[in-house]
Design a protein. Structure first.
Length: 371
């Protein structure tokens, strides 16, 4: 892109008199994008707009490149590109992931842990005209390799969707065969949301499942605050309960809870905690998980919610149409997956092929005339 300069060319224009399709040879030869702004402009516009609001993008590009773009143009260029940013397009290449795994593999050591962490982040969305705006959940998956204390980013994908679409995303990730399952230990981690475990179990039935330890502690502390007025007694019970969980003695914890004679709010909190612990009983062997080098918390996906979703969607006064919010999320994921440049090159190539097909049609149709 050449800042603060404009080149003008007169291009011949051919139109098929039989079907009205047209062809511009200069456009094809020079790989020009239809419209005023070319691919290099579209690339930088979309990249900046995935980080900051559209009006701010226009201001930045005017200051840095002398481009006078309207907010509407920024919006159009960004979403035209982002509409092509599907999961398979922005996933890292298998060779890249294999290299990450090879670097983390140590002779005579346990296989590195490949973590699939899932969580939801509420996003501000616009609804139909005349109806109030609403908050909808952007469901995210973050895949990373854990080698001791070192976390290596592999793949992120966040979209505002229902649980069925989230399931399909996990299946797509698995079907791409990006991960050599014989060289890693697969772990799925999340909070107590049912949609997470339903999708994880379907995609990775043999993976180790871990309930986020800190989410579990929140539930335990919530009950303890309702049960114990005395701080010393509360702290003692919390300490003993945590120790039992790390020793895989959940049955002892549940038995103790059920023996408590409680009424009112404390009884309700106790019953809710028992239900929560029982539902997740196979995901809570924290001592064994820690010894095996597995993560205990889902902080990595909660962090991804912030730097992929919140930082761009949760702007003051911003309410998004769901498809446009998902476009921005897809672009941001491509950047954190380090696949933005490869994705854009594929997009540009596909657009060039569309131009080439118009030229071929014109030749075959035998009805071209200069206009």
């Amino acid at each position: 892109m050449c800042p603060k300069s404009v080149d003008r060319y007169n291009s011949p224009y051919y139109k098929c008199k039989n079907c009205d399709k047209f062809y511009e040879p200069y456009v094809s030869a020079l790989n020009l994008r239809k419209g005023k702004y070319q691919y290099d402009v579209q690339k930088i516009v979309a990249k900046v707009a995935s980080s900051v609001p559209f009006d701010e993008t226009a201001e930045i590009l005017y200051d840095t490149h002398g481009l006078s773009l309207s907010q509407a143009t920024v919006h159009e260029l960004t979403n035209e590109l982002a509409a092509h940013a599907r999961l398979e397009e922005i996933s890292p290449e298998a060779a890249t992931i294999h290299e990450i795994i090879e670097q983390a593999t140590r002779p005579n050591k346990a296989k590195p842990v490949l973590v699939f962490a899932a969580d939801g982040a509420m996003s501000p969305t616009r609804t139909e005209k005349g109806k109030p705006n609403a908050w909808k959940e952007a469901k995210g998956i973050r895949v990373y390799l854990l080698d001791g204390q070192h976390l290596a980013q592999v793949l992120s994908w966040h979209q505002i969707c229902d649980k069925h679409r989230f399931k399909s995303f996990l299946q797509q990730i698995k079907q791409q065969n990006l991960f050599p399952e014989d060289k890693v230990r697969i772990c799925c981690i999340g909070d107590g949301a049912g949609w997470i475990w339903e999708a994880m179990e379907e995609a990775f039935p043999d993976a180790r499942q871990i309930l986020d330890y800190y989410h579990c502690q929140e539930h335990i502390h919530e009950f303890a605050n309702a049960r114990f007025a005395d701080k010393a007694a509360r702290d003692k019970w919390l300490r003993e309960t945590t120790n039992r969980l790390f020793q895989n003695k959940l049955s002892s914890v549940l038995a103790g809870l059920r023996r408590m004679k409680l009424t009112g709010e404390a009884a309700e909190k106790r019953d809710a905690l028992c239900s929560y612990l029982s539902k997740n009983k196979d995901r809570m062997d924290y001592g064994k998980a820690k010894r095996g080098g597995y993560p205990l918390g889902s902080g990595a996906i909660e962090s991804a919610n912030k730097f992929i979703s919140h930082i761009r969607l949760k702007r003051s006064g911003a309410w998004w149409k769901v498809d446009l919010a998902n476009n921005i999320l897809a672009l941001r994921c491509s950047r954190y997956n380090k696949s933005f440049d490869r994705f854009f090159a594929a997009y540009e190539k596909s657009q060039r092929q569309d131009l080439g097909s118009a030229q071929s049609h014109l030749s075959l149709c035998q009805g071209g005339r200069r206009k």
